[in-house]
Design a protein around this ligand. Structure first.
Ligand SMILES: [Zn+2]
Length: 170
């Protein structure tokens, strides 16, 4: 059965990580590692990891300071632009809600004034029809057409507004 740990293992690892293995550290430790299976294996693995770490430090390409500064400036400008447009987006939403409310209020206020005009138009149109049933059917049709026209106009006004505010977040 082989041993799985050794009391000199931490000393070997720290010597390798400090870059002192095998020539900068205690000779007794090196001599022990040549005889001890655990320390020899730990030293070889730690040396590989240390060498790989040193190599990757030299292979990393750090960008020039001017480039880093320029990127940071562009990033800061983008952040400030987004921060500045956030209240504008909120204002757009409030404006849209107010516009929809005003439009509904105008339609609600104008509806009682429109009803007598529409009634007069319907009675004028109904005068051309000798039969009362036909006249009432035409009047009902006109009333329905007027309501559908108003709803269609409201949708035609609201749809571009809704599309504008839905797409203006980007
Ligand atoms: Zn050992």
């Amino acid at each position: 059965m082989t041993r799985t740990d050794c009391t000199h293992e931490p000393a070997v690892v720290s010597a390798v990580l400090l870059g002192q293995w095998p020539h900068g550290c205690d000779d007794a430790l090196v001599a022990h590692a040549l005889e001890c299976d655990v320390c020899r294996e730990v030293a070889s693995i730690a040396t590989l990891i240390h060498d790989d770490s040193e190599r990757s430090r030299y292979e990393v390409h750090v960008p020039a300071s001017g480039q880093v500064w320029w990127r940071a400036a562009v990033r800061a400008r983008l952040d400030s632009t987004q921060a500045a447009t956030r209240p504008m987006t909120l204002l757009h939403g409030i404006t849209a809600a107010v516009a929809v409310g005003v439009m509904l209020a105008v339609i609600g206020a104008a509806w009682p004034m429109l009803v007598p005009v529409l009634e007069r138009v319907w009675t004028t149109v109904a005068g051309y029809f000798p039969n009362a049933d036909v006249a009432s059917a035409v009047a009902n049709g006109l009333r329905l057409s007027a309501m559908l026209g108003l709803i269609g106009a409201a949708i035609l006004l609201l749809a571009p507004l809704a599309l504008y505010f839905a797409l203006s977040d980007d």
